[in-house]
Design a protein around this ligand. Structure first.
Ligand SMILES: [Zn+2]
Length: 257
């Protein structure tokens, strides 16, 4: 059946929700085919709403939208994947919020990028089934940097272009990757990068998730990877990572509590 004029169908993930008026909500969506956009879900806060159960945070749904004068309006919604585990506990929910926050921060409205849409839906499903949320987050962060055009260089020195040898190195978020031991000392704002961590980062950057899931990482290496990647992300975004800071607090409280 052809769609009426000014309507379109797409898949989307709900990134953010904001109440509007008595019973409506404005949703920020990341869609397949149209990128990030805001749309109104009318009446969605009424108990009898048929759309409500399909438009929870982080859900993936099939939507029918009608073009509006300012914001488009969601006229139908049908769940594709509810990602239920992400609402089970605070830790899963905060990791999902971190994934969504990063994607949101790196994108402008209406910039269509289907690779990002698939990364987000894959990322949320990885969080639902992984045994290691931290490793999964590092994997997602590296993939995201790749898709948005900031892939860190781990194989050649970003200063001299020389092939990186199996020694300890330096790293610079500003430089865009690894700096060799010859160039490193002549550059400011670098940090040491131990060979063990470099190997892990290279592995994460070049292997599919299913293979990465077999990898056993020590908590020390995980923490170092997190520091390096969060430095890189905050450098590109020029802002703090809110959900990541909250996750660090949860971790600290779990240790001391
Ligand atoms: Zn060099």
């Amino acid at each position: 059946m052809p769609l009426p004029d000014h309507t379109y169908r797409t898949e989307a993930v709900v990134l953010r929700r904001q109440d509007l008026g008595e019973a409506d909500r404005i949703l920020t969506l990341y869609t397949r085919g149209y990128g990030k956009l805001k749309a109104v879900a009318k009446g969605v806060r009424k108990p009898a709403s048929r759309k409500a159960g399909h438009l929870e945070l982080f859900m993936q749904a099939d939507l029918l939208l009608a073009q509006g004068r300012t914001l488009d309006v969601i006229t139908q919604a049908q769940t594709i994947e509810p990602f239920l585990s992400l609402r089970d506990d605070l830790e899963h929910a905060t990791y999902a919020a971190h994934f969504v926050e990063l994607l949101d921060a790196f994108t402008e409205e209406a910039d269509e990028n289907d690779a990002l849409y698939y990364l987000l839906t894959n990322g949320l499903s990885w969080l639902c089934r992984t045994s290691d949320l931290q490793r999964t987050a590092r994997y997602y962060e590296l993939r995201l940097l790749d898709v948005v055009g900031y892939r860190p260089q781990f194989f050649e020195c970003v200063i001299c272009g020389g092939k990186i040898q199996p020694h300890d190195q330096f790293y610079s978020p500003q430089g865009g990757g690894v700096i060799c031991p010859v160039c490193g000392p002549n550059h400011s704002r670098t940090r040491p990068l131990a060979l063990g961590l470099l190997k892990v980062l290279r592995y994460l950057q070049t292997h599919p998730f299913e293979t990465v899931e077999q990898l056993n990482l020590s908590s020390a290496v995980c923490l170092e990877a997190e520091r390096l990647l969060h430095n890189t992300l905050t450098y590109h975004l020029e802002r703090r990572l809110r959900s990541a800071a909250f996750l660090q607090r949860l971790r600290y409280e779990a240790r001391s509590g």
